[in-house]
Design a binder for this molecule. Structure first.
Ligand code: CO
Length: 501
């Protein structure tokens, strides 16, 4: 077989894997949006079956040395730039997958699928002991996974690498402790100040149907393509799919701003998925280089745009024109203050921009301790509560609002949480770069014009897929590697206008 024939075969094989992944994603979407409760057992089996097949097919990529030969050709410079990216990244993923046995992959998938139900019930009952033994099994399997994947310094490294390729635990620790030292005293200062809000949107009853229509309208104005995506509701908002993008939000009749910020967040993920090059579907050129990059897109739209003063000006008008229950007395200043109120709170997904990263840092420190065996699962709730007191100055009243709030650990996603903060750091640097390159950003936002910003993101980030490693992509686009500076500057500039800091 010559190299071209081999590349064609690889392409076919990658399409097969993508097709199975597509089916699995739709099943997961349906599980969160429509599936009746009793469906969960068979659904867990179906998803596990597919993950086994995907694993088999991934290993079969190197049948008759197909992938090894192509990787050798890549190293010899015998491939085009696009081909080299596809082979480089497929090889990296293959090497990782090949270290895990099919039995292990199936067992982990089955365990975590069931664990999500156990976690849901434990959370509803506010009973950590109900989830503890399952979590212990999951932690054990994560340690095994790390051993199979091999590591030099800490078993946390290969787990983190699964979500943020190229990032090390050591580098994460440096970034996070720098951020923690900046945030903790800042929050301490802000905590006892309150913003003057005379016309609050929160608490006003707005029918769910009206919120839904409003959210859809906003999505259309931003350029979210409803021919290539949907908006639905789920308890925990998420995004799945590429040219068939499923984003979800959640509605609370007295909290329009929460449905809106979930929608803007997931829209950022959705716009990224819609902007990945469809001609490369199934290959690494149509995927994100890391979850942090994916998250940077959601945080950019949700926070840097969605909570900015000029955007708020436009949003105030939209609300007054489209929602009967929003009074004319609502002002931009009021809405801006409401959208940017800083208040240490218990729930990560509802946290403001300033406190959010401390929720992540706490989870990172705890899961690292679990994986490195410094912390026993039974002591996790107490350790959790202690850190909330220390970093955010708040007392955790129960495990439901504490250690049981997130789905991630039940899914076996250890090493995932840090990507949220990486996303925030990338987003801040991208925002600063966009503002350097487009000098009318504020004007555009106050007029509800988003196409130039979206095109910039499509050209610089979306269309590249995995062409560059995350750290190179960020350096190419912004001129420097990942640091905390841009985020800290953004927070200082913005909140100096709101609080006495
Ligand atoms: Co996100």
């Amino acid at each position: 077989m010559n190299t071209n024939k081999k590349l064609e075969t690889l392409d076919e094989k990658l399409k097969e894997i993508a097709n199975l992944g597509h089916a699995s994603k739709l099943m997961s979407w349906d599980r969160e949006v429509y599936m009746p409760e009793s469906g969960s057992k068979h659904r867990a089996e179906s998803i596990s079956e597919l993950s086994g097949l995907i694993h088999q097919k991934t290993l079969a990529l190197d049948e008759n040395n197909l992938l090894s030969d192509l990787n050798a050709a890549r190293k010899d410079g015998g491939l085009s730039e696009d081909e080299a990216v596809i082979v480089r990244e497929t090889w990296r993923e293959y090497e990782r997958e090949a270290k895990l046995s099919e039995e292990f992959v199936r067992n982990l998938s089955q365990l975590t699928s069931e664990a999500q139900d156990v976690w849901r019930k434990a959370r509803a009952n506010n009973d950590f002991l109900q989830f503890g033994p399952t979590l212990e099994e999951i932690v054990d399997m994560q340690r095994k996974k790390a051993e199979y994947l091999e590591f030099e310094t800490t078993p946390y490294d290969p787990l983190l690498d699964g979500f943020e390729p190229g990032m090390s635990t050591e580098k994460t620790e440096k970034l996070f402790s720098d951020l923690r030292d900046f945030l903790v005293p800042l929050i301490d200062k802000v905590s006892d100040q309150s913003l003057d809000i005379t016309h609050s949107i929160t608490g006003k009853e707005i029918r769910k149907e009206d919120q839904k229509a409003f959210n859809k309208e906003i999505l259309e104005k931003f350029g979210y393509d409803f021919q290539a995506g949907r908006l639905d509701a789920s308890t925990h908002p998420f995004t799945l799919g590429s040219q068939d993008v499923r984003i979800t939000t959640r509605y609370d009749k007295s909290d329009l701003l929460s449905s809106l910020s979930f929608t803007l967040h997931e829209m950022g993920h959705g716009l990224y998925e819609q902007g990945l090059p469809d001609k490369n579907y199934g290959t690494p050129l149509a995927r994100e280089p890391s979850l942090g990059i994916h998250e940077s897109q959601s945080r950019l739209w949700e926070n840097h745009i969605g909570r900015s003063q000029p955007f708020t000006k436009w949003l105030t008008r939209q609300m007054q024109e489209n929602l009967q229950s929003v009074s004319d007395e609502l002002t931009t200043d009021n809405l801006y203050r409401e959208l940017n109120t800083v208040e240490p709170s218990l729930i990560r997904t509802e946290a403001d921009e300033v406190t959010y990263n401390l929720h992540i840092i706490i989870r990172f420190e705890l899961e690292k301790a679990l994986i490195e065996e410094g912390l026993a699962v039974e002591n996790l709730p107490a350790a959790w509560n202690k850190k909330y007191e220390e970093y955010l100055g708040i007392e955790v009243p129960n495990n439901k609002q504490g250690v049981l709030q997130d789905i991630h650990w039940s899914q076996g996603s250890f090493g995932y949480f840090p990507t949220y903060t990486f996303g925030n750091l990338y987003a801040a640097k991208l925002d600063a770069t966009i503002r350097e390159e487009i000098d009318t950003v504020d004007e555009q936002l106050s007029n509800g014009t988003f196409d130039e910003i979206l095109s910039w993101l499509q050209d610089n980030i979306h269309k590249e897929g995995m062409r560059y490693k995350t750290e190179d992509l960020i350096e190419n686009v912004t001129g420097e590697p990942l640091k905390t500076d841009a985020f800290k500057q953004y927070i200082e500039d913005k909140y100096r206008g709101l609080y006495d800091i």
